[in-house]
Design a protein around this ligand. Sequence first.
Ligand code: PHB
Length: 247
Amino acid sequence: MKTANGESVLGRVVRIFEVFGSEVTALGVSELARRADLHVATASRLVERLVGYGWLQRDEDRKVRIGVRLWELAARASPTLPLRETAMPFMEDLHAVVGHHTQLGVLEGDEVLFLERLSSRKAVINLTRIAGRLPLHASSSGQVLLAFAPAELQQRILDGPLRAYTPATPTDPKKLRTRLAAIRRDGYALCPGYIDEAATGIAVPVRAPDGEVVAALGVVVPNDANARMQVPALRAAALGISRSLIR
Ligand code: PHB
């Protein structure tokens, strides 16, 4: 169904959902309308309908957020569910050994999308969110996925822009290319302070039975920890996940 200006109602609904991101989780209707580039009256009407279906919900202070029903549908239908469920017991073991953030990410577009993250209260600062994204060039999981990605994707990322999150973020394409070769050779990526000055990310590839890299398994530790010491535990967990994917 088309509206007077030719845009489908579905298009408008999609614009409403696209406003929500990992940093934007709850908004008043007028702000939502502004960000979705819709009239307040239109946004208001659509929001009410979506709240009725449980796809959006309202806080006590009337702010709008993604509804539990939408989360339920998305979680159940997720194409990545088998990978996440297979990985979970291995991630729990790894988390118990390492005692810091443990996370599983997949390549999604030009970023790494995190399917799962286990944290502990005393762990170092972590910018990763479940269902959140990080750039490929600046995170350890991202670099692992990039190192094993098709050449076209590598080239697109290397062509930039390579945003500097900290002074340590690799922004020189030549150096980044050399790093990717080292990751393929060594089988892990170590990223001290690349995305957050206080944290070191370290990640290894998770392979499907045919050898294809399907995910990156990573930990985020404080800079003073000897991050390289985590590599054997990470490798063992990744291998366990790979073997379980066969069955
Ligand atoms: C990393 O994977 O390198 C990473 C991720 C999140 C952080 C820090 C490092 O907060």
